[in-house]
Ligand binder design. Structure first.
Ligand code: PLP
Length: 369
């Protein structure tokens, strides 16, 4: 079976270093928010070219914490997309916000910035653009609109560690940005983890306090916070993996180039390269009107293609009928019916990549509709 993503292969490719890092933590006696977390916060912020990093328990919690640090109040509106991991929307509701959906651009899969303004009301406080699949979204337009309406921008970078927009890393553009270190992400832990980053010292301080019961000093809560701490073991593992994140992303890009070259002549819609951006291919997502048949065809041949995501958030049982789309969500609905993610991870060997391509070509050349 060729998996869609493969965290085990990542671990095995650096087993000795990771085992050593875990051993170091085990022997240290510090297991949560210690020197490893602090070092990783500094190293990751430095990698991104940002001043402050605040390690947290997950990507969902990173978004929740960033919104709380921006002083979101119950009922404040937060604009985002419905074509995303449900986590984006769950985090907005955890922070007391009301999600408002804008349709996506069908090429970048990011928010359709041309429809953003009409979604803004007197209650709008924050825009959460998502750099989906590793493709940076159109930040310039979004940030300009946010400035004009005095809104905060919190980037959801959970799928875009290391991606570039106009030569600068995503995560360094908004007021704050949020990363997930779920094991399958471009930078993945061996468990859960996340980080909030910002250049604003006040937002950084608020986030840091809120992360641990609002403590400025131990056992004295100066803000009503909660607990979303990052543990030492995950931070130590992430420090090992951060060292070759760029190399890993380059491998993903090479695999994407191979797929794109080999599948050019098929009926599939292949990922489009957006000008002025460097995609990091968290996922390699193609589109087909025969998506379900193609997926089953690939699965029968041992290829684990997956759908990200089969049901838009506004159609999920927990959210249906509760959340407004500012206008129609036609591209969102169309994407959900057509997208398919082919196997994509840095350790995927060439013969396996060739096997994926051969199977897609066999489907494309056959009469399977
Ligand atoms: C993974 C992901 C998250 C949430 O991260 P967790 O660490 O799983 O909580 C949020 N947004 C997007 C776009 C994601 O892909």
């Amino acid at each position: 079976m060729i998996l869609c993503s493969n965290p085990l292969a990542q671990y095995l490719s650096r087993k000795a270093q990771i085992d050593e890092a875990i051993r170091r933590v085990l022997d240290s006696g510090r297991y949560v928010l210690g020197p490893e977390v602090q070092a990783f916060e500094e190293e990751f912020a430095c990698y991104l070219g940002i001043s402050f990093g605040i390690g947290v328990g997950s990507g969902t919690e990173a978004i929740h914490l960033a919104l709380a640090a921006c002083d979101l109040k119950t009922g404040d509106e937060v604009i985002t997309v419905s074509h995303t991991a449900v986590a984006t929307v769950a985090a907005i509701e955890l922070a007391g916000g009301r999600p408002v959906f804008v349709d996506i651009d069908p090429v970048s899969y990011g928010i359709d910035a041309s429809q953003l303004e009409k979604a803004i009301t007197s209650k709008t406080r924050v825009i959460v653009p998502v750099h989906l699949y590793g493709q940076p979204t159109d930040l310039d337009v979004i940030i300009n609109i946010a400035k004009r309406y005095h809104l905060r921008v919190i980037e959801d970078c959970a799928q875009a560690h290391g991606a570039l927009y106009r030569g600068r890393k995503v995560g360094s553009w908004g007021d704050m940005a949020c990363f997930s270190f779920y094991p399958t992400k471009n930078l993945g832990a061996l468990g859960d983890g996340g980080m909030v980053v910002t250049n604003d010292p006040e937002l950084a301080t608020r986030a840091r306090l809120l992360r641990e019961y609002g403590w400025a000093e131990r056992n004295i809560s100066s803000l009503p916070g909660w607990n979303t701490r990052l543990d030492e073991m995950q931070a130590a593992v992430l420090r090992v993996k951060l060292r070759d994140l760029d190399e890993q992303n380059a491998k993903r890009r090479r695999l994407a180039q191979f797929y794109t070259g080999a599948l050019q002549a098929t009926d599939l819609v292949l990922p489009g390269a957006m000008e002025g951006t460097a995609h990091v291919y968290h996922l390699y997502v193609v589109r087909s009107r025969k998506r379900d048949k193609l997926m089953n065809f690939l699965r029968d041949r041992g290829i684990g293609a997956l759908i990200h995501y089969p049901v838009p958030v506004h159609r999920q049982p927990a959210y249906q009928g509760r959340i407004d789309g500012a206008g129609r969500l036609d591209e969102t609905e169309r994407a959900a019916g057509e997208v398919l993610s082919l196997p994509m991870y840095p350790e995927l060997a060439e013969p396996e990549a060739q096997q994926v391509v051969a199977a897609v070509l066999a489907f494309d050349g056959g009469q399977y509709d």
